[in-house]
Write a protein that binds this ligand. Structure first.
Ligand SMILES: Nc1ncnc2c1ncn2[C@@H]1O[C@H](COP(=O)(O)OP(=O)(O)O)[C@@H](O)[C@H]1O
Ligand SMILES: C=C(OP(=O)(O)O)C(=O)O
Length: 586
């Protein structure tokens, strides 16, 4: 028994919604939504170095065969397919997890670890990857480029040899004012009532006692006696008591641990002094050199510190495009200043994702405003379909202790409950004593809250606002919204998404469906970038425009690996044919 429903849209070819069988518990019940007419021509067979196998690459052609077609010019579906069924790339850990727990209960929230002295060795990185690290973050504020290059290469080696898809995020230093190194020491303790000297003088290896160098030459001119100096957003506080040439004497009023290159802000009469920071360029000369380094090393994301407006993001994107890596490197805006909150929407529209950088944000706005700012940033990112990372001090006490505080667990839970895409460890993994344990805590808390969410059937009722500008984009969006809604209503086991550039997978992820999302893409770099997004289990696989063949191929590959089984109910969507199908795995 089959039904078909036809929709007409003004000035466009009809779109068909086929309902060949209304009983979804029958094998291969299918529902498809296609934009006709379409024409696909296979133009070349290329070999994929990763797979060592042949795949066919296809483009859309206009009816007169002169070039790529506009969506409305497409005609007739015809397709040539790759028959390679041997290879599929999937994390060994994901695979083990999928087999052990069944894929329904895999973690949806992604985990990022900042790599530092505690975790830069190959075995330490491997332990993090096995513990669930999806993205390795490198903070260019610390370490040399050679040090970062070694880490990047180790992560790449891990991916190649052990099958992980860990992405690399390079975080720029930015040109805000910060302390210098501590002359080789990993930290220095400042006690209440001590007088410390902050100076623009540089030190070689030996740092005079209670002396800290400052990165910004105009420091002594800009501060005034009576100003409050906050280190790392208030982890340690000083009051400026005297200025002597380039040296600024400060009295410690809130004791604490000074960490190398910690951020410095100064406050006057209860307000943040912002004039100087407003004049500094967002991307410094050193940052541009680091960006060139990141391009050369093939990083997956560049996180830009202290973004003030969309302009700098657009500038960086043009720079990347001019170096032919525009589509390969995602630009993440760090939201950590008053300006970035003021211009939030335009910044997020321009970026490929955002980070709630709570460390510096908490130094710029009152601490009690940070949770509301976090919630707003997460919501705006979700609405605009950009992945969002919640960062800093999630498990700060685990730098020193093996168990988190109750408050930290509650904070992590809240970020998961807000359905942010990713959580990030900073000092906990970079220089803490328990990096693996901290990652385990993130993993287990995420899993628990996500399960609670599913058990409570907390589907969101507020519809997502449309975001696509073109008609074709809107169709993809509607397909993904429908797929997610159907997945929840029908209680399917998974959504399968076949996506070349990752966009369709991100649209499904945006809906936060109740089931996991298996995302198949043809390129390794897209697979790594998808690893930042909520709920996506990314695979690399050569596939074609022939959905039947893709489905059969993925079913047999995943079944042979014990990851799915006959009878599992899945919804499949594809960005090539703009289709939805619902079926039981044969
Ligand atoms: N590449 C590195 N080399 C040495 N130490 C690092 C590195 N990355 C991070 N750290 C240490 O971990 C701490 C927390 O990392 P992060 O939050 O990224 O830096 P920051 O707090 O300076 O912004 C840093 O203060 C620093 O002590
Ligand atoms: C992640 C942050 O940035 P950074 O570690 O560079 O200070 C932050 O400020 O929270």
């Amino acid at each position: 028994m089959s039904q078909s429903i036809q929709f007409s849209t003004p000035s466009r070819t009809p779109h068909l919604l086929h309902l060949p069988n209304s009983r979804f518990h029958r094998p291969l019940t299918s529902l498809s939504f296609r934009q006709f007419p379409l024409k696909y021509t296979s133009i070349r067979a290329s070999s994929s170095p990763d797979l060592g196998s042949s795949s066919s690459s296809q483009v859309l052609h206009s009816p007169n065969g002169t070039g790529a077609a506009k969506p409305e010019e497409r005609s007739v579906v015809a397709t040539a397919v790759s028959t390679d069924t041997a290879a599929i790339d999937v994390d060994t850990v994901t695979e083990a997890e999928l087999k052990e727990n069944g894929f329904r209960s895999t973690r949806r929230t992604k985990l990022i670890c900042t790599i530092g002295p505690a975790t830069c060795g190959f075995e330490q990185l491997e332990a993090l990857a096995e513990g669930g690290m999806n993205v390795a973050r490198l903070n260019m504020c610390h370490g040399t480029r050679e040090w970062h290059r070694d880490v990047i290469r180790s992560v790449r080696k891990l991916n190649e040899e052990k099958g992980f898809a860990v992405a690399i995020m390079m975080d720029t230093e930015g040109s805000e004012i910060h302390m210098g190194d501590l002359g080789g020491e990993s930290s220095a303790k400042s006690e209440d009532g001590e007088v410390w000297t902050f100076t623009v003088r540089a030190f070689d290896s030996s740092r005079p006692a209670r002396t800290i160098s400052v990165s910004y030459d105009g420091f002594a001119e800009d501060v005034r006696v009576g100003d409050e100096l906050l280190v790392d957003g208030g982890m340690v506080r000083f009051e400026v008591i005297e200025k002597i040439g380039p040296d600024v004497k400060c009295l410690c009023t809130d004791p604490g641990l000074l960490l190398p290159r910690a951020n410095l802000t100064f406050w006057r009469d209860g307000s943040l002094v912002r004039e100087r920071n407003a004049m500094l360029p967002t991307i410094s000369s050193k940052d541009w050199l680091d960006i060139d380094f990141g391009i050369a090393e093939g990083v997956d994301f560049i996180a830009v510190s202290f973004v003030k407006s969309a302009e700098v993001i657009n500038h960086l994107k043009s720079y990347l495009a001019a170096r032919s890596c525009g589509g390969d490197i995602g630009v993440i805006a760090k939201i950590e200043s008053i300006d970035s909150l003021t211009n939030l929407e335009e910044i997020i529209i321009a970026s490929d994702g955002a980070m709630v950088a709570r460390g510096d944000l908490g130094a710029q706005i009152p601490l009690e405003q940070v949770p509301a700012a976090q919630q707003r940033i997460v919501k705006v990112c979700r609405a605009l379909n950009k992945p969002v990372i919640v960062a800093s001090q999630l498990l700060e006490s685990m730098i020193e202790y093996p168990t988190p505080t109750r408050a930290e667990v509650a904070d992590v839970s809240e970020a998961v409950r807000q359905r942010s895409d990713a959580l990030m460890l900073s000092g906990e993994s970079a220089m803490g004593q328990f990096p693996d344990k901290a990652l385990t805590v993130l993993r287990s808390v995420s899993l628990r809250i996500e399960r609670w969410w599913r058990e409570e059937k907390r589907y969101e009722s507020t519809p997502l606002q449309p975001i696509g500008s073109g008609f074709s984009d809107r169709i993809s969006e509607e397909i993904c919204n429908s797929a997610a809604k159907m997945a929840n209503n029908l209680g399917v086991d998974a959504v399968f998404v076949y996506t070349k550039d990752g966009h369709m997978a991100s649209l499904v992820s945006r809906c936060r469906p109740d089931c996991p999302i298996f995302a198949f893409t043809t390129t390794t770099s897209v697979r790594r970038r998808l690893n930042l997004q909520w709920g996506l289990i990314p695979f690399r696989l050569s596939f074609s425009e022939d959905m039947e063949s893709n489905l059969n191929k993925t079913f047999s590959l995943l079944k042979s690996r014990g990851m799915i089984k006959s009878g599992d109910l899945v919804i499949a969507v594809s960005d090539m044919l703009q289709s939805i199908q619902v079926m039981n795995v044969p």
